[in-house]
Design a protein around this ligand. Structure first.
Ligand SMILES: C[S@@+](CC[C@H](N)C(=O)[O-])C[C@H]1O[C@@H](n2cnc3c(N)ncnc32)[C@H](O)[C@@H]1O
Length: 204
């Protein structure tokens, strides 16, 4: 027996997450009280819906969830009635050297109030390194399928918790230095195979 998990049925919609992820995000969202969430990689929409419900439970019904994917499921029309926005566009250049449609995402991230950016699309390293440029002081950026090193993946995760490993610390370390990003609740997010970084507030 293992605790391998990577898929949840959330109210009839698939969320490609560790079984404990929603609880971890509930604690996070309740603590940091965001005004908006960007999810890169909607897939079937289950995690976006869970985030919507977590925001509502925390009294944050006015917070906006925008989820981006290059594909669209037919049931997104129904989910839109749950106060979710689905953007079916590729906002990234093919080599992830730049955003191809910054106007769809950058002004939204930069609106006043705390923004959470979730990198869970087709190339999480590229998403993180590009979007880290645009978050504001006090915002958070997270990447899924993160385990700090190859050896930690083999030792603690593979065959036990998660068989996916897409992002290591060295893939995002340069951006963290350049944009002033610090670890946030590292252990809690590690348990559900995410990493969370907060953009430092400069004291003048
Ligand atoms: C791991 S799944 C996302 C899982 C989802 N966040 C969840 O928790 O259920 C990755 C998704 O990224 C999408 N994707 C691939 N390239 C993308 C891009 N350039 N922009 C946005 N999404 C992309 C894929 O279509 C796929 O649905």
């Amino acid at each position: 027996m293992t605790d391998l998990t990577g898929f949840i049925d959330y109210r009839g919609y698939a969320a490609m997450q560790h079984a404990e992820a929603i609880n971890v995000f509930r604690r996070f969202i309740t603590r940091v009280r965001p005004q908006r969430i960007v999810e890169i990689g909607t897939a079937q929409g289950g995690f976006a819906l869970a985030l919507r419900h977590v925001l509502d439970e925390a009294g944050l019904s006015a917070a906006v969830v925008k989820s981006f994917d290059i594909y669209r499921c037919p049931w997104f029309e129904t989910l839109t009635e749950s106060n979710l926005e689905f953007i079916t566009e590729d906002v990234f250049h093919p080599a992830y050297s730049a955003l191809s449609k910054p106007e769809l995402i950058v002004p939204f991230i930069q609106e006043p109030g705390v923004t959470i950016v979730l990198c869970d699309g087709g190339y999480k390293i590229g998403e993180f390194n590009l979007l880290a440029r645009y978050i504001k002081e006090g915002d958070y950026i997270l990447a899924h399928d993160y385990i700090e090193t190859e050896s930690a993946f083999h030792q603690d995760f593979q065959g036990k918790i998660c068989n996916w490993h897409e992002v290591r610390e060295l893939d995002i370390a340069e951006s963290c230095v350049e944009y002033g990003l610090d670890d946030y609740e590292r252990d809690e997010f590690r348990n559900v195979v995410w990493v969370c970084k907060k953009k430092r507030t400069l004291l003048l």
